[in-house]
Design a protein around this ligand. Structure first.
Ligand code: UDP
Ligand code: MG
Length: 313
């Protein structure tokens, strides 16, 4: 019988551990699917890990505890590395990704699809500013990556072949949502409605979302660097025109005018140069991080249901 791994990153989700465990276990039992639940506690500050330890009495649970908060991308990466399934689905443990959809995804996998993505038909309850920014972010990232990502989510089911490919990637800065397109393979989509969060609250602040957007765009594509070069070319054209104009003014005796123009040009040029250096800086920082080659997460404890092996204790 085939094994399905269900990967659940959890950060401050103490109320959602038992809930997700019960809902998913029942669902798998009712549909006669052999499964394992891979819970990754991403350095929660509440009792999430205690709840996970409790349910790890069930030998279907593989529990992983990070030494601190490393972020959802790292949790997904760890889940994919540790899972044992013939396929694996990544799911938010706040149940905003409806577990029922796993069955539709699994059926598509059974008929031969290798990457099955949950596509959001509604974005759930989100503020206007959040919606606007995510629209800007996804339309720009779709443009530069050529992947249609506007309704994309981390809710995906992957075949073992795909998991192995992702696990082999050496990069530390990962963007799971885009990488799963990048790997290729036979892709399918399943539509779902983002559910209301039952317990707890979203971990995203406005600042962390902006950081997430910048980090993901720059770790996935060098398009912003090309933009800097393009701005350079546009400058050169303007500089040539304006230079010509200034020379003509000089020879015709009108060169003292144009104080405002100079101020505006200085501000504009200064601003754009600073921005360009900033963009370069972000990429240099990425190179620096990759070169340091630090792991993207550290595991302080791992419990596998049946054998209860604890490492690094
Ligand atoms: N999460 C995580 N590490 C983090 C932040 C979030 O593992 O640093 C998990 C979180 O527990 C949840 C999922 O990622 O299972 C999605 O997070 P959240 O619900 O806060 O995001 P939203 O649904 O608001 O986009
Ligand atoms: Mg959520």
């Amino acid at each position: 019988m085939k094994l399905l791994s269900i990967i659940l990153p959890a950060y401050n989700e103490e109320e959602n551990i038992n809930l997700s465990y019960n809902v998913i276990s029942e669902l798998m039992y009712n549909n006669s699917i052999d499964y394992e639940l891979v819970y990754i506690n991403d350095g929660s500050k509440d009792n999430t890990w205690d709840r996970i330890e409790e349910i790890s009495r069930d030998d279907k649970v593989l529990a992983i505890n990070f030494s601190r908060n490393f972020g959802k991308e790292a949790a997904i990466e760890a889940g994919l590395k540790m899972c044992n399934g013939d396929c694996a689905v990544v799911l938010d443990c706040d149940l905003q990704h409806p577990p029922d959809m796993i069955i539709s995804m699994y059926r598509l996998w059974e008929v031969g699809y290798e990457v099955i993505e949950g596509v959001k038909v509604s974005r759930g309850k989100e503020s206007f500013v959040y919606k606007l920014f995510s629209k800007i972010f996804y339309s720009s990232i779709s443009k530069v990556t050529k992947f249609k990502m506007d309704k994309s989510s981390d809710f995906k089911l992957l075949d073992r072949k795909v998991i192995n490919e992702l696990n082999q990637l050496p990069e530390k800065n990962r963007f799971f949502r885009a990488l799963s397109y990048w790997v290729g393979f036979k892709q399918a989509t399943v539509e779902f409605e983002v559910q209301e969060r039952v317990n707890g609250e979203s971990k995203w602040s406005f600042g962390s979302l902006i950081k997430y957007a910048i980090s993901n765009i720059t770790s996935f594509t060098s398009a912003p660097l090309h933009l800097v070069s393009l701005i350079g070319v546009i400058y050169l054209i303007f500089a040539t025109l304006l230079g010509g104009y200034s020379l003509i003014s000089y020879f015709t005796g009108n060169s003292l005018e144009g104080f405002t123009t100079i101020i505006l040009l200085l501000l504009l040029v200064g601003g754009t140069i600073t921005l360009s250096i900033g963009i370069l800086g972000i990429y240099i920082n990425k190179i620096f991080e990759e070169i340091k080659s630090r792991p993207s997460y550290i595991i302080s404890k791992k419990i596998h249901g049946k054998t209860k092996v604890k490492v690094y204790e």
